[in-house]
Design a protein. Structure first.
Length: 470
């Protein structure tokens, strides 16, 4: 055994071998060396374990295919594209919304060239970065003023820091929600320095609950849209018009954290009637915040719209500098918002809206193409079927609201659904699937037509890996 170690190729030999492959030669050299060392260590372990038992297996030519695959897989960038076969449209763990084509182009343009990011081309003086999106946000939502910050959590924070720091904000206990990643809205709110005055019971809050809590220390009334869960049964929330009336009676601003916030009335497509931002503005909320990358389908951002007197105060808050958006976000957001100037265009062009509102026929047709592609890759090995099922909007939006569609199930003899799902995390590109009642499922809703063959090929890669390892 000890003599075998001497037959391992040297680093110099391995590097010379790898350099024949243009892809390998293009990788950063220190990275390649690190992973070649890792591979040689692996070979040493295999010699010790008796897995490699003759010197021919250690010849450079014999090692090369495995070595190349190893270095390629280890040297990949950490941030990678994945295929979303889960059917969760706004999947926070998979990067939330995909940008529309014009938004992608606007980002590339903003990155490649100088821009009027903070330059006023009419005066030649310093301009405001909000100017690019404020008018269009007002035009679409009907609000008097707008600004945009890093994300909606930052929007909630800066709204409260500006309007209620050191004073009380009255909010219903039933709306103090956790928004994922064990991130709780009340914790963000409390960090702003506003004192949360919780009213009502978990399931029911009445107008008189708010009214009783209002006093000298009250700075604002707040509503949080509980978009990631739904209470059913004996429940009551105070409506926005009722809150508006209370705000008017006591001279207090009404703040609404809409969470997902949609500009497109999905109710028209037979979907659950979540209030649109336009409706909330029209019903008299003074300041409204929502995410740029949830149902809106744009870049990560926190959008604040509302009455000018309040928005102006928020704009002047120095914290704005700490939560400001960058030029790529601005470019993507403006391009996305322009699509909303015609709601039919938005529905067609914004991928998030397109996926949410996809027709039953288009989902069935995509499922059929996916099933065919999987059969073509896996042949007799797999039992591939189509069945009715449900997708989710995700992103803390539209709780318990199932979007009906067609799913593709894949059953492989001798390979469990869990083993298949796990092996798919390591394919190129990785494919994230869903398992329900031990059945392996792919939901075509969140796969682009151009990704169906890639998904089928990923399944093939996963099956090959599983077979190689057994
Ligand atoms: C998602 C959400 C947030 C946080 O928005 P981010 O854009 O993720 O920061 C805040 N409030 C509610 C109600 C939400 O649903």
């Amino acid at each position: 055994m000890s003599t075998l170690f001497r037959h391992l190729p040297s680093m110099a030999q391995v590097l010379a071998g790898l350099d024949a492959d243009a892809d390998m030669a293009a990788l950063p050299r220190p990275l390649v060396k690190e992973h070649v060392n890792g591979f040689l260590d692996l070979c040493r372990e295999e010699i010790r374990a008796g897995i490699i038992a003759d010197k021919d297996a250690l010849a450079l030519a014999a090692l090369m295919p495995r070595l190349t695959a190893y270095v390629r897989s280890c040297s990949r960038p950490h941030f990678r594209r994945v295929l979303n076969g889960t059917g969760v449209v706004i999947h926070t763990n998979l990067g939330r919304s995909l940008l529309a084509r014009p938004a992608i182009e606007a980002v590339a343009e903003a990155c490649a060239h100088y821009s009027n990011c903070e330059f006023d081309l009419t005066t030649g003086k310093r301009g405001s970065r909000y100017s690019h999106v404020e008018k269009i946000l007002c035009d679409i939502t009907g609000a008097e003023a707008a600004l945009v910050v890093n994300n909606n959590a930052a929007a909630v924070f800066i709204m409260l820091e500006t309007l209620a720091r050191g004073r009380e904000v009255v909010v219903s206990r039933g709306q103090l929600v956790e928004i994922g990643g064990s991130f709780r809205i009340p914790d963000v709110m409390a960090k702003s320095g506003a004192i949360l005055r919780e009213v009502g019971a978990t399931n029911r809050t009445h107008a008189h609950d708010y009214e009783q809590a209002i006093g000298d220390e009250t700075a604002a009334l707040m509503r949080v849209h509980t978009s990631n869960f739904r209470m059913v049964g004996f429940t009551k929330e105070v409506s926005l018009p009722e809150m508006r009336a209370l705000g008017d009676r006591y001279g207090l601003p009404v703040i609404e954290d809409l969470g997902s916030g949609t500009l497109y009335a999905l109710a028209g497509d037979g979907l659950l009637g979540e209030p649109t931002v336009q409706q909330v503005v029209a019903q008299g909320a003074d300041v409204v915040s929502f995410s740029g990358d949830k149902v809106l389908g744009g870049p990560q951002a926190g959008i604040i719209v509302g009455r000018k007197e309040y928005v102006d105060r928020i704009k002047k808050n120095p914290i704005n500098r700490a939560v400001r958006i960058d030029k790529m976000t601005l470019a993507a957001l403006e391009a996305t918002l322009r699509l909303y100037l015609d709601m039919d265009v938005a529905r067609r062009e914004v991928p998030t809206l397109r996926m949410i509102t996809a027709s039953q026929e288009s989902l069935r047709s995509k499922a059929r193409r996916l099933a065919d592609a999987v059969r073509a890759e896996l042949g007799d090995m797999a039992e591939v079927t189509m069945r009715k099922g449900f997708s989710r909007v995700g992103g803390g939006a539209f709780p318990e609201y199932d979007l009906p569609g067609t799913l593709v199930t894949v059953n492989l003899v001798g390979i469990s659904a869990d083993a298949l799902r796990d092996a798919l995390f390591d394919t190129d590109p990785p494919l994230v699937a869903r398992i329900e009642d031990d059945v392996f499922l792919l939901d075509p809703r969140t796969l682009a037509s151009s990704e169906l063959k890639l998904a089928a090929n990923a399944l093939r890669q996963a099956v090959d890996t599983i077979k190689d390892n057994t």
